[in-house]
Design a protein around this ligand. Sequence first.
Ligand code: NI
Length: 170
Amino acid sequence: MNRLNILTFPDPRLRKKAAPITNFDSGLEKKANDMLFTMYEDKGIGLAATQVDIHERLIVIDLSEDRTDPIFIVNPSFVVLDSTQETSKEGCLSIPTFQQEVPRAKEIELSYQNLRGESEKLVADGLLGYCIQHEIDHLNGKLLVDYSSSLKRGRIKDKLMKMKDGKNKN
Ligand code: NI
C-alpha cells in the first residue's frame, strides 16, 4: 500500500467536483486501500478521494478505536431523516490545526455502492453522520473553511501557506 500525498488548503484542486465511478475493478480497490492506509497513517477518521487528488466519488471512513472497521463508500447520496441541526467541532486532514463548528443534519440515510459495485444503504447519526456529510462536502469541492468567517478563513490560509513555505525550504 502507498501513502498518498494529502492536498492542503488553499490548494485549488480541493475545489474540483468529483466524478461518479463506473468501473469497479482492481484499480478502484487499490485506490481505496491506499486511501485507507494514508488515513490511518495521518490518524484521520475519514478521507475523501478529492483530498489525495483523485477526483472520483470515493470515501473511506473508520471510526473504530482499533482501526479495524473501515467503510468504503462509492457514489454516495443521502436523504435527511431528521433535519434537526446539530453542531459539533470538526477538523480536517486538509486543513491542519483548524477546527470549525459545523451544523449538520442529525440523522441521514446514505445510499452508496461498495467496492464491488453493489448497492448499500446505511442509517447514520452522531459522529458517523457528521463524518459522512463532511466527506461528501469534499467530493463537491466544499471545505470546513466555507463554514467560517472570511477573517478566520484568511488567517488559516496565511498560516498554512507559511507552513508550506517553511517545508519547501528544507
Ligand atoms: Ni476533511
